[in-house]
Design a protein around this ligand. Structure first.
Ligand code: AMP
Ligand code: MN
Ligand code: MN
Ligand code: MN
Length: 288
């Protein structure tokens, strides 16, 4: 059993990278990927734990993209974490994120919330400032009763102060990851597009754009959703991936490895990925 999706305090989780490695070892996980949003900064400390834990520690990232006019997250797994070109490319995403954060402050002020970016930054343990930090600060300053309300009313998609990221298309994210030797995986497709969204066609399009696989197992899926996405992965000949999306105490009720309790990602998931990666069989985008 393994977990290929979690966050440390280098993005919007609460745990140190070393502690995630130790927790995975204690839980008996065969592998754990650290997939912080738009940063590689936690990986050196995470990967340095390798001789101390039996769990295989996998380099990862979760890149913020846009697809069909909405936010879509793309995971990179098993890339070379020292790849200088990839590092520079990830830095550009963080620059776009910082510009978004400044626009978000301006929009919040325009709708009557006198927020200070400096105060939000204080809540972020690293250079990466996320809307999770905005949501916590908005609650602390009394602008919303709960983080959920902060997203719904203000900073979430459809909120009065919502500002999207400058567009990073999925094919570009996949190319960056492939050029660093890794696999490109669509994160939590069941959490994109709403209940009536038909994934069969959209995923076929992402496949054409060079995505290697998607999360068929996820901490917040029910059994029916998991079955649906496993069948879709088989039908499209894409790699199934899976993870908890553990954020520590920022997302209560989710555990490393087991998600809401019933998540079990089999070891065969990583074995299949390694076969593809080691043979350099990453999906090439169809030109057209
Ligand atoms: P960012 O990457 O800074 O745009 O922030 C995205 C993160 O904010 C997501 O990964 C979620 O953790 C959180 N988030 C955004 N919208 C919502 C929402 N409606 N409900 C709960 N969390 C949300
Ligand atoms: Mn997050
Ligand atoms: Mn995500
Ligand atoms: Mn995540």
């Amino acid at each position: 059993m393994l977990d290929l999706h979690c966050h440390s305090c280098f993005s919007d989780g609460t745990e140190q990278p070393e502690d995630l490695a130790l927790m995975a070892d204690a839980a008996g996980l065969t592998a754990l990927a650290l997939t912080d949003h738009d940063t590689l900064a936690g990986l050196p400390r995470f990967l340095a734990m390798q001789p101390k834990v039996r769990t295989r520690l996998v380099p990862g990232i979760e890149l913020s993209c846009r697809f069909l006019g909405r936010e879509l997250h793309i995971l990179g797994l098993l890339f070379d974490p020292g790849d200088a070109v990839f590092r520079a490319r990830v830095d550009t995403v963080r620059i776009r994120r910082n510009a978004r954060n400044e626009a978000l402050v301006a929009r919040l002020r325009a709708v009557g919330v006198p927020i200070e970016l400096e105060a939000v930054k204080q809540l972020a343990p690293s250079e990466l400032v996320s809307r999770t930090h905005f949501a916590r600060h908005l609650v602390a300053m009394g602008a919303a009763p709960t983080p959920q309300d902060a997203y719904r009313k203000l900073i979430g998609e459809g909120g009065a102060a919502f500002v999207p990221f400058e567009n990073l298309p999925p094919d570009e994210a996949a190319r960056w990851i492939h050029e660093a030797g890794g696999l490109a995986i669509v994160a939590h497709p069941g959490r994109f597009g709403g209940g009536n969204f038909v994934w069969a066609e959209a995923m076929a399009e992402l496949r054409i754009h060079g995505l290697d696989g998607f999360e068929a197992y996820y901490g917040e899926y029910g059994p029916q959703e998991q079955r649906h996405f496993l069948e879709l992965a088989a039908a499209l000949e894409m790699l199934p991936s899976g993870g908890s999306d553990y954020h520590g105490t920022y997302k209560p009720g989710l555990s490393l490895g087991t998600g809401r309790g019933s998540l079990r990602v089999p070891d065969s998931v990583l074995e299949a990925m390694l076969r593809v990666r080691d043979r350099g069989m990453m999906r090439q985008p169809v030109q057209g």
